[in-house]
Design a protein around this ligand. Structure first.
Ligand code: FPP
Length: 265
């Protein structure tokens, strides 16, 4: 699958990049682990929930910037399969927050030509939320701007097991010769089958782990970890991440790369 940023394509109108960024070395796909909402709130003597609410504002800022700067895909980790183990109040708050934000922002997503998708086991979410997810996914599906993937009830291991199960079922039905299963066939069964792999993973709040996020897709991503807590993450922090990314030499296991956007086929 081809994988390129929106720059130079007809996908969307790209605004001027900040000085110093190399237009030819922009990542096509950025993934983000938005961490540190709870700590942000605690540091201010606020309930954790206020951290999540503030995190939504950062997300809106970063989505807008990625769109303006020609990033083709933004994938964020909103709720993991492990997050159900949090206190019930927090889980309920997050589900209601997702619903309220989606209701509130759907029209501006449309106006900005954002194509939104939700990746994960969506059947386990509250019905109001899944209805809204279906509506938002359908109504933005033909939009031509940035792809915005919200990983909700997402777990990387669960995604891999599900893919293996689907391939086994296809083989058992006689629809797929197991000898033909290769990386492309496998990737075709992942939630991200329509996307290229992330070029850049950003993780906030200083934790050096990927926490069951996009285990397959991050195989060759450049990782940028910042101590900044997600609600504080702003345009300057995104710029810092992009400069860091553009300073890397991507070799994909080989010796040299002529372009930061080069992909393994
Ligand atoms: C991690 O911080 C953050 C989350 C589990 C939730 C992230 C969700 C949002 C920012 C809202 C997104 C909204 C939409 C509509 C997609 P944490 O709670 O683990 O922080 P801590 O590590 O400091 O406790």
């Amino acid at each position: 699958m081809t994988c390129q940023s929106a720059i130079g394509s007809e996908k969307s109108q790209v605004l001027a990049l900040p000085p110093g960024l190399d237009v030819k070395r922009m990542p096509a796909h950025i993934a983000v682990i938005m961490d540190g909402n709870g700590r942000w709130a605690k540091a201010r003597g606020l309930p954790r929930m206020m951290g999540h609410r503030a995190g939504v504002e950062s997300l809106k800022t970063i989505l807008r910037l990625c769109s303006d700067w020609g990033i083709g895909v933004l994938t964020v980790y909103a709720f993991s399969t492990e997050n159900w183990s949090r206190p019930r109040d927090e889980v309920n708050f997050l589900m209601t927050l997702f619903e309220n934000v989606l209701n509130r922002e759907l029209q501006s997503l449309q106006n900005e030509q954002v194509k939104i998708s939700f990746l994960g086991d969506l059947d386990a979410l509250p019905e109001n939320l899944t209805d809204l997810i279906t509506k938002a996914t359908h109504s933005t599906s033909l939009n031509t701007g940035i792809h915005f993937n919200v990983c909700t009830n997402y777990g990387g291991r669960r995604e891999l097991v599900l893919a293996a199960k689907k391939l086994a079922e296809r083989s058992a039905r006689g629809d797929l010769d197991p000898a033909l299963i290769d990386e492309n066939v496998f990737a075709g069964e992942l939630y991200t089958s329509k996307e290229c792999d992330p070029d850049l993973l950003i993780r906030t709040s200083g934790e050096n782990r990927i926490s069951n996020f996009l285990l397959w897709q991050l195989a060759y991503s450049e990782i940028h970890v910042t101590d900044v807590l997600w609600p504080d993450f702003n345009d300057k922090d995104l710029l810092r991440a992009l400069f860091d990314y553009q300073s890397r030499s991507r070799r994909f296991g080989g010796l040299e790369s002529s372009s930061a956007n080069q992909k393994v086929s």
